[in-house]
Ligand binder design. Structure first.
Ligand code: FMN
Length: 137
C-alpha cells in the first residue's frame, strides 16, 4: 500500500487561539504555545523566522498581497489561511491580522487565529484553486 503523502493530510484543532506577532517585515517576534503546538515548531524555531515558515503551497499569492496591502494601511484583515505544519500536514485557520500601532506609527503586526469552520474551508477551496491556477499561467 502507498504511504499517505503528509502534505495531503489534515491536522485538525478544535479549540484554542493561535497568537503570533511580527515586525514590519513579517518576521515572527512572538509565538504562543498554541502556535507552537499546531505548527509543530518550537518557540525558538519560530521566533526570528518570516511568517512564511508555515506557508502552504496551495495558498494563492494574491491572498497575502491583499493581507499586506490592508494591514500596511493600518487596517485589520480577516481571512481563511491554509498553513503547513513542520511534519507536512496542513491546517486551516480563520485569521484576524491587525497592525500594532504606537505613537501613530505601525511598529508591527499581530495575528489571532481560531480553527476554521468546515463551511468556511469549503467556500474558499474553489476560490483559492482558481486563483492558484491563474497565478501558475
Ligand atoms: C501577523 C502576520 C501573520 C501572518 N500569518 C501567516 C500565516 O499564518 N501563514 C502564512 O502563510 N503567512 C502568514 N503571513 C504572511 C507571511 O509573512 C508571507 O507574506 C506569506 O506567507 C507569503 O509568503 P511569501 O511572501 O514568501 O510569498 C503573516 C504575516 C503577518 C504580518
Amino acid at each position: 500500500m502507498k504511504k499517505p503523502d503528509p502534505i495531503n493530510e489534515e491536522y485538525t484543532f478544535e479549540d484554542g487561539l493561535i497568537v503570533s506577532s511580527t515586525d514590519l517585515k513579517g518576521i515572527i517576534t512572538y509565538a504562543n504555545r498554541r502556535f507552537c503546538k499546531i505548527s509543530g515548531y518550537t518557540k525558538d524555531e519560530l521566533v526570528g523566522k518570516n511568517h512564511n515558515i508555515v506557508r502552504h503551497p496551495d495558498m494563492p499569492k494574491k491572498i497575502f498581497k491583499e493581507m499586506w496591502d490592508t494591514i500596511k494601511q493600518g487596517k485589520e484583515w480577516n481571512g481563511i489561511i491554509k498553513n503547513l505544519r513542520r511534519d507536512g500536514k496542513y491546517y486551516w485557520a480563520y485569521s484576524h491580522v491587525t497592525p500594532i500601532v504606537n505613537d501613530d506609527k505601525i511598529t508591527g503586526y499581530s495575528a489571532v487565529r481560531r480553527p476554521a469552520f468546515s463551511t468556511e474551508v469549503e467556500e474558499n477551496i474553489p476560490i483559492y484553486e482558481d486563483l492558484l491556477e491563474k497565478e501558475s499561467k
